[in-house]
Design a protein around this ligand. Structure first.
Ligand SMILES: C[S@@+](CC[C@H](N)C(=O)[O-])C[C@H]1O[C@@H](n2cnc3c(N)ncnc32)[C@H](O)[C@@H]1O
Length: 488
């Protein structure tokens, strides 16, 4: 992270908000120590944990001594203050996002705290302009850190990837992307390794960006990757235009991070489809049955007295809705009564999608068709860990249902989805906004798969790619062994 800022000035004003024991500021000092002297550093570290302040002071003092030996000078100030509520931006401006003279930093480097913030907290009130729904403290650190930079100042942060997409961070992204020009993103692929002790189960990312109020959309952004928590000296990299990485269709400002050239090609192929999920009449909703609120209607095991199946996550497998589940313990039924009626939906053809994928599951999207005649009941009960897809105006045909499940389970769409989202969660909003093949193409895919009566993934991928006329290197790749290895 310390190596990322380029062209450091002779005098470097550096901000480390949430400095902990100071390791990031110290790493920048290490780098400066090797530069041609004399340089001057002016470090401002914010830290609220009193138990860390002595260590922080010792670490920065040691860096100052080391810099002096190398012919440089350094001052540091430790602010034992809350960076959000009492940071540099508040001293002489009411506008948290105004550039104030005191906040003229050349570099901000941060590993901010990750904490979900309630809507009514002091933090949320202070940051009302960029919060929406259930924000995370780290996004506040990112925006205030970025706003403390002078034009051309450099920003380096390690955070969860969740800010890159999704509605909660939309306002933050819009602000960040209109004031910062992203130079480099480093993605830690494994959700298991990085930050495992912090219990963060999503991919993490290092962002290097430059303060620049008129972002040049044509410049390239470097993306690099590593599998575990260590960054190899020469990580795998990819250069893509900023206009590709930042997708501002519908004002969402999604930051897409494809994992390879092939994935970028898959994103381009999917985005060349003229239709979107919603525009072809498809709708997606969350299953209405919230188990803990509907306990009185739910029973374990198969129906004993006219109940109907309750479809849950364990019943959704790629291409197959399996009810009853393998074990009696994981099979649930639902009692139909005048009070429970409102939680049921009419038996029609639907596609079920799991809303959460397991931590390291190969596919992020798992979809299964469920047909109107599957259970012989006029209604069906769907639990709220599932989303279900239907048509706005009429029942889906059988072929459309199979076609939609096939496309959602295909490697092509899964790759697209991974490029736009690092979360294990599959939001209905993201599905609605996705480009999607036409109903005619979905019907064709469904028919071809019914003729072959197979759910072998390789066959499904071939049928999807052929029907959608996706040729060339992506097709070869998705049908190759390499794609299998990458998906695992
Ligand atoms: C994830 S740790 C990172 C520490 C250090 N930068 C590092 O990389 O090792 C986040 C730090 O932010 C501090 N912190 C949490 N909330 C803060 C706030 N509102 N203002 C300033 N510091 C805060 C925590 O005490 C913790 O030391």
């Amino acid at each position: 992270m310390a190596s990322l800022p380029t062209e450091l000035p002779r005098t470097i004003r550096l901000l480390d908000p949430g400095a902990g024991a100071g390791m990031l500021a110290v790493a920048v000092c290490e780098r400066v120590a090797h530069m041609t002297p004399p340089r001057h550093m002016d470090i401002h570290a914010y830290e609220t944990d009193e138990s860390l302040l002595d260590t922080l002071r010792d670490a920065l003092s040691a860096s100052r001594d080391h810099l002096a030996v190398c012919g440089h000078t350094m001052d540091f100030t430790i602010h034992p203050n809350d960076f959000i509520l009492r940071g540099p931006h508040l001293h002489d401006s009411d506008d948290l996002f105004g550039l104030v003279s005191e906040s003229d930093f050349d570099v901000v480097v941060m590993n901010p705290p990750y904490l979900k913030i309630g809507k009514d907290s002091d933090y949320a009130r202070a940051m009302a302009r960029i919060v929406h729904g259930q924000p995370n403290l780290y996004a506040f650190f990112m925006s205030l850190g970025a706003s403390a930079l002078k034009p051309g100042g450099q920003f380096v942060a390690i955070t969860p990837r969740s800010f890159a997409n999704g509605p909660y961070f939309r306002t933050f992204r819009q602000w960040f992307l209109s004031h910062m020009s992203i130079q480099r993103l480093h993605l830690f692929h494994s959700r298991r390794d990085a930050f495992s002790e912090a219990g963060v189960l999503q991919e993490n990312i290092i962002t290097h960006a430059v303060r620049c109020d008129n972002t040049d959309r044509n410049q390239d952004i470097t993306i690099s990757y590593s599998e575990g928590r260590d960054v190899p000296p020469q990580p795998r990299t990819l250069m893509l235009p900023a206009s590709f990485i930042v997708d501002n269709t519908g004002g969402d400002a999604i930051i897409r991070i494809p994992a390879s050239e092939m994935d970028a090609a898959a994103v381009r192929a999917v985005e060349s489809w003229p239709d979107r999920f919603r525009s072809i009449g498809l709708r997606v909703s969350t299953g209405p049955v919230v188990a803990f609120r509907a306990r009185e209607f739910i029973q374990q095991g198969k129906p004993t007295n006219g109940e109907i199946p309750l479809l849950c996550v364990q019943n959704v497998h790629p291409f197959r809705t399996v009810w009853p589940a393998k074990s009696e313990r994981k099979t649930f039924s639902f009692r139909v009564s005048s009070e429970s009626e409102r939680l049921l939906i009419p038996s029609c053809n639907y596609v079920l999608i799991r809303r959460f994928s397991a931590k390291e599951e190969t596919h992020r999207l798992t979809a299964s068709p469920v047909y109107a005649d599957a259970f012989g009941s006029p209604q069906v009960a769907i639990e709220n860990h599932l989303n279900y897809v239907y048509h706005a105006e009429r029942p889906l045909t059988r072929a459309e249902t199979m076609g939609i499940a096939a496309v959602l389970n295909s490697r092509l769409l899964d790759t697209y989805f991974r490029a736009i989202s690092g979360n294990t969660q599959v939001n209905a909003a993201e599905i609605r906004a996705m480009p999607f093949p036409s109903l005619a193409a979905l019907t064709r895919i469904g028919e071809l798969l019914s003729e072959r009566s197979t759910d072998d993934r390789r066959v499904v991928d071939r049928v999807v790619l052929d029907t959608l006329r996706i040729n060339g290197p992506i097709r070869e790749f998705f049908l190759s062994e390499d794609a299998d290895v990458q998906g695992q």
